[in-house]
Design a protein around this ligand. Structure first.
Ligand code: NAD
Ligand code: TYD
Length: 402
């Protein structure tokens, strides 16, 4: 995010020279190689297009102040880690530590550039008190995020996801924060037909089907309105289903892995043929970083790794990887209003921002499974106490805590 007052002009000049130097170099390359060396040219072109590291994020490494909400949760904590690893930015991490927030998720990070504040985004006073002067951007991860819980009770979803987002937008305007990034979801666009070659694009109509999705859609509308009416610089990213380390085991993949490790039955809703578009969490985080740095003001970017899978196949892959029997699969009553298929068209973020996922399904799943195998204490802790009550209410049975 190059946002210093006259930095924009300097950056514009750099971009101008950069693109002209590239053109001159490309022409020299073409004239010196001749057509017989077309493989060399193709390789160079791919290298040029993807960058030296498969579309790696090249962030401006100037010291920046970021305000991240929900950074003790699954994706937020991965974002904090990635950002601290790959930049020298400073982060204020504002999180209410709900059942899904976990300070263990932030263990071993660089505390000199990370400041945790326990607070609720619906509390305007607390947000303003925690928001540092000169904050470059707010990145809003904080949310109630589980569809099944929103079906049981929507109240918290409306409070945090809608009212909380408005509080943050107001705070951003009041404090002159330069950019607001809303982390949204493909679920705002509803469900795609199973057998059609249809994908969600940035132009797809909103059709949220669960209270969770409806609350995230409402939040997007508020972000759009803040941009349109007040000129706030906003970017929205919409992503599919994330997987990776530290995901709370109410979500399908970590629930299936932790149950499989304990040889508990794995509940699969309905016929198991619902399709989700899976992405490794760090790939999502890098997409957010790029959108924050280089996204157009007011833009929406769909983020997806072109990795559609049926739930039943997801469980199959992980049972095979763990060497556990398929007999652990337990088909249970379907989720009310269960969306059939999500599938993202990521061409805009790929072409405009040069984003590419680094992980394949195979490498991402391997890393994820290994993390859960090596962090049984984390699973034990997250599955104790209130989780047992949740599990009993949701699935009508106990789950072993270890
Ligand atoms: P999560 O449930 O793991 O974490 C949510 C975090 O927000 C927790 O740390 C929690 O303590 C905090 N939080 C909740 N209410 C708060 C409040 N009122 N004030 C302050 N903090 C609060 O969620 P996640 O899976 O990491 O998702 C993060 C964001 O990404 C959400 O906005 C979600 O809608 C979005 N998203 C998630 C996915 C996914 O697959 N998990 C996909 C697309 C988008
Ligand atoms: P989930 O992880 O809850 O994410 P979302 O509903 O946001 O996509 O669920 C992923 C898929 O797995 C979804 O189709 C519902 C299904 N699912 C099950 O089959 N069993 C379960 O116990 C859960 C939690 C989900």
């Amino acid at each position: 995010m190059r946002s210093h007052a006259n930095g924009k002009n300097v950056d514009g000049l750099i971009d101008y020279f950069d693109s002209h130097v590239k053109i001159i170099l490309k022409r020299a390359l073409v004239s010196s190689c001749g057509f017989e060396n077309h493989w060399f040219l193709i390789t160079m072109a791919c290298f040029w297009f993807l960058g030296p590291n498969g579309g790696a994020v090249q962030l401006n490494n100037k010291m920046q102040e970021l305000f991240v909400t929900g950074g003790a949760g699954f994706i937020g904590s991965a974002f904090v880690r990635t950002l601290l690893d790959e930049t020298d930015w400073h982060i204020t991490n504002f999180d209410a530590l709900t059942y899904a927030g976990n300070l263990d998720n932030l263990k071993d990070i660089d505390s000199s550039r990370h400041h945790f504040v326990h607070g609720n985004i619906t509390d305007a006073g607390a947000v303003l008190a925690a928001l540092p002067e000169g904050t470059e951007a707010i990145v809003n991860f904080a949310a109630e995020s589980h569809v099944d819980r929103s079906i049981t009770s929507a109240a918290e979803f409306l409070q945090t996801n809608i009212l909380g987002t408005q509080v943050l937008l107001d705070a951003a305007r009041a404090r002159g924060v330069k950019r607001f990034i809303q982390v949204s979801t493909d679920e705002v666009m509803g469900s795609l037909p199973e057998d059609e070659n249809a994908y969600f694009t940035e132009q797809s109509a909103f059709a949220p089907n669960s209270p969770y999705a409806a609350s995230k859609a409402a939040a997007e509308h508020l972000v759009r309105a803040a941009h349109h009416t007040f000129g706030l610089d906003t970017v929205i990213t919409r992503c599919g289903n994330n997987y990776g380390p530290r995901q709370f085991p109410e979500k399908f993949l970590p629930l299936a892995i932790s149950n499989a490790l304990n040889e508990d039955p794995i509940p699969v809703y309905g016929d198991g043929r619902n399709v989700r578009d899976w992405i490794y969490v760090d790939d999502h985080c890098r997409a957010i970083m790029l959108a924050m740095e280089k996204g157009k003001s007011g833009a929406v970017y769909n983020v997806g790794a072109r990795n559609e899978r049926r739930n039943i196949d997801v469980v199959g892959s992980l049972l095979d990887a763990l060497g556990k029997p398929r007999s652990l699969i337990n088909f249970v009553k379907d989720r009310p209003g269960h969306d059939r298929r999500y599938a993202m068209d990521p061409r805009l973020i790929e072409s405009e921002l040069g984003w590419r996922p680094r992980e394949t399904w195979e490498t991402g799943l391997k890393k994820t499974i290994e993390w859960y195998q090596q962090n049984t204490r984390w699973i034990e802790r997250t599955r104790s106490g209130a989780y047992q009550d949740y599990y009993r209410a949701q699935y009508g049975k106990e789950v072993s805590a270890t």
